[in-house]
Design a protein around this ligand. Structure first.
Ligand SMILES: NC(=O)c1ccc[n+]([C@@H]2O[C@H](COP(=O)([O-])OP(=O)(O)OC[C@H]3O[C@@H](n4cnc5c(N)ncnc54)[C@H](OP(=O)(O)O)[C@@H]3O)[C@@H](O)[C@H]2O)c1
Length: 283
């Protein structure tokens, strides 16, 4: 269940290690895929990262699938910063190419190891899983995980969680706009697997639709001045969720998102009130 960090920010434990991580992280799909030669775009992402760490964030998620994102992280991340929890992925149909791709990611991030290596979209998971276990044994990644999104492959995720040992993290789509992962969140909690939530804003579409709706009175009870904060608190109210990783190009949005780490989370009644207020935007 929710435990505040020393600084009073919401942090959740990774069940397999007990380490606590701030419950709002940062995604990099699309938002960090910009040319390294575009000085203005790079400076804006540097500000996003600076505000993210200054506001207590730690978990940053990327992938070799995300174009220039890993290379950009290597440019804008502060060196040797103990606050960083680096999460990336292996994404290739060719099992034997996995280690080469993962080493390339370490090079791009400019890190000797990562905190979490995930199998992106379960692509060739049978061939990558033994490699990830080996990397973990060698200390090249501390944790290993699997990812899916958009409600895909839930049967396979269930089978893997039920049969494979040593999976530390499940990354999956969950938001008020897509609750299909709820049975898997329960299963992950039962199996002691941490959960990273991707697409927490439905790729941004949920917030666009909500932008026309007034904030409900429950927002003030929870100290939320923005829909983004309220949506993240709704997600974090599920105790199986370890971290949600919204992506943004906007330093002010970083602060709205990290605001979900402060103050109370909705209880069941408040969560229902938020769901009702969002209903017109959920379709
Ligand atoms: N299979 C997988 O492994 C997988 C699949 C999907 C996603 N992911 C991971 O999950 C991360 C998050 O998912 P996502 O990027 O697809 O979607 P998302 O985080 O649900 O939405 C991102 C969009 O929300 C907007 N946004 C963020 N904060 C906001 C705020 N406070 N107010 C208004 N708008 C805001 C951003 O626009 P602005 O730039 O204007 O803020 C951006 O366009 C990805 O970046 C990636 O790291 C993994």
């Amino acid at each position: 269940m929710a435990q505040p960090m020393a600084a009073g920010l919401l942090a959740r434990p990774v069940p397999s290690t007990g380490e606590r991580v701030p419950a709002v992280g940062l995604g990099t799909w699309l938002t960090f895929d910009v040319p390294l030669g575009n000085a203005a775009a790079v400076a804006r992402r540097r500000e996003v990262i600076e505000r993210f760490f200054a506001g207590g964030g730690r978990v940053i998620d990327s992938s070799p699938m995300y174009g220039q994102a890993e290379a950009l992280l290597g440019v804008v991340l502060p060196r040797d910063d103990k606050r960083l929890f680096a999460a990336t992925k292996v994404w290739t149909a060719l099992g034997p190419y996995g280690p080469t791709q993962m080493r390339r990611s370490l090079g791009l991030w400019k890190l000797p190891r990562v905190d979490l290596m995930q199998i992106h979209n379960l692509l060739s998971w049978r061939s990558h899983l033994p490699t990830l276990r080996e990397w973990k044994a060698q200390g090249l990644t501390r944790l290993i995980g699997i990812t899916t999104s958009h409600g895909r492959d839930h049967d396979l995720v269930q089978r893997i969680l039920e049969t494979e040992r040593g999976i530390d993290v499940l990354q999956i789509t969950y938001s008020p706009a897509d609750r299909s992962a709820e049975p898997l969140l329960d299963l992950a909690a039962k199996k002691g697997v941490a959960v990273i939530i991707n697409r927490p804003f439905d790729g941004g579409g949920l917030l666009s639709r909500l932008s026309r709706a007034p904030l409900p009175p429950v927002a003030a009870e929870l100290g939320c001045a923005h829909w983004a904060t309220l949506v993240l608190k709704w997600e974090l109210a599920n105790p199986a969720v370890t971290v949600a990783i919204p992506a943004t190009t906007n330093p002010e949005h970083v602060e709205q998102n990290l605001a979900a780490l402060r103050g109370p989370l909705p209880d069941a009644k408040q969560r229902d009130a938020i769901t009702r207020a969002m209903q017109p935007a959920l379709g």
